[in-house]
Design a protein around this ligand. Structure first.
Ligand code: NOJ
Length: 752
């Protein structure tokens, strides 16, 4: 016994020693990097410095690009993905340019490079940082194999408006969920060390507030006051910076009149001074030049001055820094030390990425694209991302004993569209659609009848409906695949109305009339307003755009090989008019009570005040269609025995919350348990609930597990009336719940 104790102590010492050595080594490496950066900087001409700040996208003239690399006037290139081209340009940079500075090769690798994972909004539905990190790791392995060293991801704009097409790229509406998953993506892309060959630099974007674009129209203005900016929009970015993100991207929106690319308050005061970020700040695509169109600057010279002085290091594609900075320096409008600082930031990341040692890619290495392991990971993530929204009479899972299955809908076999937005490099030939997966898995076991009914989601031609009804009548069950084409989502693809497009709703109606069990699967880039379709269906699975392996994942879920576990990462409105709608809203002075009379219930000529005065819509009430954090399973879970470690705590203390979670159904399944807290009275009004923790718990039937959450009280801090981040003493309410709208008496504790 004593011997074991000594060995244990020995191991503990060794671990401490090794960690100390590792830390010392990394401090040493960092010191060396800073020295090398300074040495290089001293040798650089102004033109070479400005070259580093210049990012180009190929413009068709390869010779001019080579010339630019040789002259040191290009620091970064985006959108080159041919290994031999990358190698040739890096060779020119290292061997033929005066100072041998490598190029930084960038690409939008958003939810996979070749193997496409679910869209980020779908990834958020997993509430699983491990799966999300792993997905980003695989994307980095595939992307780095062609020489990409930098991705413009994760996109962590808090998104509370499903009309906005870019909600698809986001991690949803909640600051805590987006913080945990966004930093998981950063870790996945960058790996254990930026220096490793498969690491690619991450770029949290868009800094900041872009998700609040007015009316959900892309590129639109935002009006976010500082307190809300800090309490809602900045937390995911701060978490990403803490996770070591190497770069940040500015955004297209102007907030309260100041375009993000010239906002020194966020780019300098917050990012650099408060968060100590020492990486690269890049503009979005020509976003500095667009400040002319915004009406914020008169010309590209002023745009350059404003963005460089605000803290931008690198300009994407318009080339104006290199053109205009020399005169701005001469006129004293931009200081050379500002330029030096920007170049330091860029060189530092190039050193950290190991590009000075080896910027090349091994052209002979076996390709990692679509390997079995990557496909399996994409499938697993797709399984975890799908949300069961309705399952009446245990319609799902389907029995494999059926004789005939009718497969209908424009998304049943849409290899391009199920990949979703931002898939520059994904190849639809590798997509496994639900129809293909069903045929592969069950083609020999039962009849599969297929009639899309509509050729694509926007199709309004109902001429194939009779055939769809006909196969439904012959079948034991109908699986209807609806949704939206990838192009209806993503950048610049916003909608005013988030109903199903084309004649899809009519298709649901005619199929529901057959009386056959109707399972509707929705593949989309946003939460759609599907109240009627949910009513008419017996079961609804929401898969977002699920990526390359969406088909097999859906088949496993439909037939019970897997049990759904995804939860809504964003509130689903009943109708577009409810937008913006999100769970963490303030209470108002007159919150809705649930007793409100809706449009059809109001007596004729009712008196103006006779109905009560609360905050709701006459035609839509105040409930969403599905709240944030919602999702069913094929099994059921029961929460009980919720205990708090203390009822009075101080700011430095940690509250432990424990509860029993029991699988009360018949199948093994995973529940995402959620912890919500409400700060009852604040120096400013506070949200009615805020997500503070979540946990995926897998249980066998009848298994009961004690689950605990640790909540440091300091995490209850918020930016208060004095714009200070503080925990304000007072009463707090707490819920452990399956979703954000779960009602019930809260537990109460006090911060003293
Ligand atoms: C514009 C988009 O807003 C941004 O997200 C993207 O990374 C850049 N273009 C580069 O493609």
């Amino acid at each position: 016994m004593k011997g074991i104790k000594q060995i244990a102590i020995g191991i503990a010492f060794l671990l401490v020693f090794l960690t100390a050595c590792k830390e010392q080594k990394s401090t040493q490496t960092e010191k060396n990097i800073e020295q090398k950066v300074e040495q290089l900087l001293q040798q650089m001409t102004l033109e070479e410095k400005l070259g580093q700040m210049n990012q180009i996208s190929p413009f068709g003239d390869d010779e001019a690009i080579k010339e630019g690399v040789k002259n040191g006037t290009i620091g970064s290139i985006l959108n080159i993905i041919e290994p031999n081209q990358v190698n040739e340009l890096q060779r020119i940079a290292l061997e033929e340019s005066r100072l041998g500075i490598p190029i930084l090769i960038a690409r939008d690798v958003i939810h996979g490079f070749k193997t496409i994972f679910p869209i980020p909004l779908g990834q958020a539905a997993t509430f699983n940082p491990i799966t999300v990190e792993y997905g980003a790791r695989i994307a980095a392995i595939e992307a780095s194999s062609v020489g990409i060293q930098w991705t413009f991801a994760p996109m962590i704009d808090i998104s509370r408006d499903p009309r906005w097409g870019r909600i698809a790229e986001s991690l949803g509406e909640d600051p805590y969920l987006a913080s945990t998953l966004g930093s998981a993506m950063v870790r996945g892309f960058q790996g254990d060390s930026l220096h490793l060959p498969t690491a690619i630099a991450a770029c949290p974007k868009h800094f900041v507030g872009y998700g609040a674009s007015e009316g959900g129209k892309d590129y639109n203005s935002t009006f976010i006051p500082e307190r809300q900016l800090r309490n809602v929009y900045l937390p995911p970015f701060e978490a990403a910076a803490q996770a070591g993100a190497a770069t940040f991207m500015t955004s297209f929106n102007d907030n309260d009149g100041i375009p993000a690319t010239a906002n020194s308050f966020v780019l300098k005061d917050i990012l650099r001074d408060e968060w100590n970020f020492d990486g690269i700040v890049v503009t979005d695509w020509a976003s500095a030049a667009e400040m002319i169109t915004h009406g914020f600057v008169a010309d590209d010279k002023e745009a350059t001055e404003k963005s460089v002085n605000a803290g931008v290091d690198m300009e994407m594609v318009s080339g104006m820094f290199i053109r205009r900075i020399p005169e701005l320096i001469k006129e004293g409008k931009v200081k050379e030390q500002t330029i030096n600082q920007a170049v330091r930031n860029i060189l530092r990341i190039k050193f950290r990425l190991g590009l000075f040692d080896n910027p090349y890619v091994d052209e002979q290495a076996p390709s990692p694209f679509y390997n079995a392991h990557h496909l399996e990971a994409a499938k697993q993530m797709a399984v975890e991302s799908m949300i069961l929204l309705k399952n009446e009479k245990e319609t799902l899972p389907l029995s494999t004993d059926i004789k005939t299955l009718a497969v209908v809908g424009p998304m049943a076999d849409a290899p391009h569209d199920q990949l979703g937005t931002w898939i520059f490099d994904g190849d639809k030939q590798y997509t496994q659609t639900p129809l293909a997966a069903l045929k592969k898995e069950f083609g020999d076991q039962f009849n599969i009848l297929y009639e899309p009914g509509l050729e694509f989601s926007r199709d309004r031609n109902t001429k194939h409906f009779p055939q769809a009804v006909n196969i439904a009548q012959k079948a034991d069950a109908v699986v209807l695949f609806l949704g939206e084409e990838a192009i209806l989502t993503g950048e610049a693809h916003s909608l005013a109305d988030i109903n199903l497009v084309g004649a899809q709703s009519e298709l649901v109606k005619v199929l529901a009339q057959t009386g056959k069990p109707l399972i509707t699967v929705i593949m989309a880039g946003r939460p759609l307003a599907i109240e009627q379709e949910v009513k008419l269906s017996d079961a609804v699975l929401y898969s977002f755009h699920p990526g390359t392996m969406g088909g097999p994942a859906l088949v496993d879920l439909l037939f019970g090989k897997e049990v759904p576990s995804g939860k809504t990462p964003v509130t689903f409105p009943k109708t577009s008019g409810q937008i913006p709608i999100y769970y963490a809203h303030n209470n108002t002075g007159r919150p809705a009570t649930g007793n409100e009379l809706l449009l059809d219930q109001i007596p004729l000529e009712a008196g103006q005040t006779s109905l009560g005065n609360t905050s709701f819509h006459l035609d839509a009430g105040f409930h969403p269609l599905f709240p944030f954090g919602y999702g069913l399973s094929y099994t059921t879970f029961e929460y009980s025995n919720i205990q708090l470690s203390a009822n009075q705590l101080k700011e430095h203390e940690v509250l432990t919350i424990s509860f029993d979670l029991e699988n009360t159904g018949k199948l093994r399944g995973t529940e995402i348990a959620q912890l919500y807290v409400r700060d009852v009275v604040g120096s400013i009004t506070r949200p009615i609930k805020e997500l503070k923790r979540y946990k995926r718990v897998t249980l066998d039937p009848k298994e009961k597990q004690k689950v605990t959450f640790e909540l440091p009280i300091k995490e209850l801090a918020f930016w208060n009336i004095d714009l200070k981040r503080v925990v304000e003493p007072g009463e707090f309410h707490l819920w452990v719940a399956p979703h954000s709208a779960a009602t019930g008496e809260p537990l109460v504790f006090e911060v003293i």
